[in-house]
Ligand binder design. Structure first.
Ligand code: GLU
Length: 504
């Protein structure tokens, strides 16, 4: 597809992210959500969150809350969804069972589906038999051949039945926005269950009913669902509905090109693990977007707005991408180094501390930064963050850098110690402390001019003037500009440190 077509605005774009709340949000899920969100924003469309919780044994409320919290941290806020509302709810599948029952009845009435009375044991035995005989282990269609009257009688007598879709003997074709033309030959799938005897729908059925009723225009999801798509196409056809457009996104891989998972024990898989490690959501998403999406040029650090402008499913790669933790760290660093103190403060506030206690254990770096910044005014705190951001790759490294600036230097570097014992240094520090005490108004500028004035008076300049002061204030011989440090330390802090150092 040419770029012009790909970039033209589309009307009525409605996309969805449809997690199953059976665990934490995976980085792959976050990426899928982001691609959908970008597509919605690009076309002025709607981003729907649908919770696919019909696997009652594995779904938990805790997981749902965790996924929603993670999405909020990622700033991928749903336009419609649980807790948000919208015209096409409810948005939790467990609250839509009556809708699935009604649609299953519709297909049964059309003879596109039928009640199946086979028990799990029967099915398992026949499956094993088929496999042993070298036949595909598909359902043999026996309940589909039952007389309608007999089925009705068995149902009336209270027999437990699932509802099974009657698969036609034909091939299905799909134009996938990532994979191109895909053909699914006839005979690949046997008649499949759409509604279990427990009245819970299967994934493919609930997905199609919901995507249609929620007016989803584009389905952007993981490649592992490509194999489900023929079943979904059959269902659209049986209902007489048109199918949405599909884009199946290639997987995120471990270095050995297996699907990225916790079991491989490489980089963290859960979004929350990266958050707790001090990564910012903006950096994580910017990295994930480039895993599988090509901007068409060589830009690597893109803002959300730039990604919205560049995004089209046609530029999603069709082969898997290897997750590179070092590259993600680099991306995080790029974001940190370019950020204002205000931005960093906002990232800190959006960290794990805002999450509910049951979401995950809190990260101690956040409390540590708060403790270190507590004595300084917010404005100075932001300056302080700007002073140290160039030395860190993650938010978790901030406490180490901050504490070096604001805690009194108990451990002097050897070179700093040497600067303090230089001839005249101690006297100069005392004079500086006195002069600072006499300053009418405290400021970094005031500190600077006082120091310059004193230097002239004492005939000191360059290293012989600045080194002892720096050593006294920070215990180091390198670091941020002295007036900034002085401001953050406050007048009292500076004077105390200067006098203490002079006594050594
Ligand atoms: N609940 C499915 C999953 O989490 C959604 C698949 C889909 O997007 O259709 O994988």
């Amino acid at each position: 597809m040419s770029d012009v077509t790909a970039q033209a605005p589309l009307a009525n774009v409605r996309v969805r992210f449809a997690p199953s709340p059976t665990g934490w949000l995976h980085v792959g899920g976050a990426r899928t959500a982001y691609f959908n969100w970008l597509f919605a924003r690009k076309h002025g469309g709607t981003f729907v969150l649908r919770i696919e919780d019909t696997d009652v044994a594995r779904s938990t409320g805790e997981s749902e809350r965790g996924v929603i919290q993670d999405l909020r941290w990622l700033d991928l806020v749903a336009d419609e969804g649980p807790g948000v509302g919208g015209d096409y709810g409810p948005y939790r599948q467990s609250e839509r069972l009556a809708i699935y029952a009604q649609h299953a009845r519709e297909l049964t009435t059309k003879h596109a589906a039928y009640p199946c009375f086979c028990t799990d044991e029967d099915l398992e035995a026949r499956r094993a038999e088929a496999l042993a005989a070298g036949r595909p282990p598909q359902y043999d269609g026996r309940c589909g051949r039952l007389d309608a009257a007999e089925s009705a009688a068995r149902m009336a007598a209270g027999a437990r039945a699932s509802i099974r879709f009657r698969v036609q003997d034909r091939a299905w074709a799909l134009h996938d926005r990532v994979r191109g033309d895909v053909t699914f030959p006839a005979g690949m799938v046997g008649d499949f269950v759409i509604l279990r005897s427990s009245a819970l729908p299967t994934y493919n059925f609930a997905c199609v009913v919901d995507d249609h009723l929620m007016r989803i225009s584009h389905v952007i999801r993981a490649e592992e669902h490509l194999a489900n798509t023929p079943r979904q196409l059959m269902l659209y056809d049986a209902f007489g509905w048109s199918a949405p457009e599909f884009a199946h996104v290639a997987l995120i891989l471990n270095r050995d090109r297996t699907k990225m998972s916790k079991r491989a024990g490489e980089a963290a898989v859960a979004v929350g693990d990266w958050r707790r490690a001090g990564y910012m959501s903006a950096a994580l998403l910017a990295y994930l977007a480039l895993l599988g999406f090509h901007t068409g040029d060589d830009r690597e650090v893109l803002t959300r707005d730039e990604l919205i402008a560049a995004f089209t499913p046609d530029r999603l790669g069709s082969s898997g991408s290897v997750f590179d933790a070092a590259k993600l760290k680099w991306m995080n660093e790029q974001h940190l180094h370019a950020a204002s103190g205000e931005q960093i403060a906002a990232w800190l506030a959006a960290g794990p501390g805002e999450l509910p206690a049951d979401a995950a254990p809190d990260a101690d770096w956040q409390a540590e930064v708060a403790r270190l910044l507590a004595p300084v005014a917010p404005e100075s705190g932001r300056k302080l963050l700007e002073l140290v951001r160039g030395n860190v790759s993650t938010l978790a490294e901030l406490p180490g850098e901050l504490s070096a600036l604001v805690t009194p230097p108990t451990q002097m570097e050897d070179e700093a110690q040497a600067a303090l014992v230089a001839p005249g240094a101690a006297e100069m520090l005392v004079l500086l402390a006195d002069a600072l005490g006499a300053l009418a108004e405290w400021s970094g500028e005031g500190f600077k001019s006082t120091l310059q004035h004193l230097g002239k008076q004492q005939g000191l300049k360059g290293k012989s003037l600045f080194m002892p002061v720096r050593a006294a204030l920070t215990g180091r011989t390198h670091g941020p500009e002295l007036p900034l440090i002085a401001e953050i330390l406050s007048r009292e802090g500076c004077i105390t440190r200067l006098r203490d150092a002079a006594k050594r």
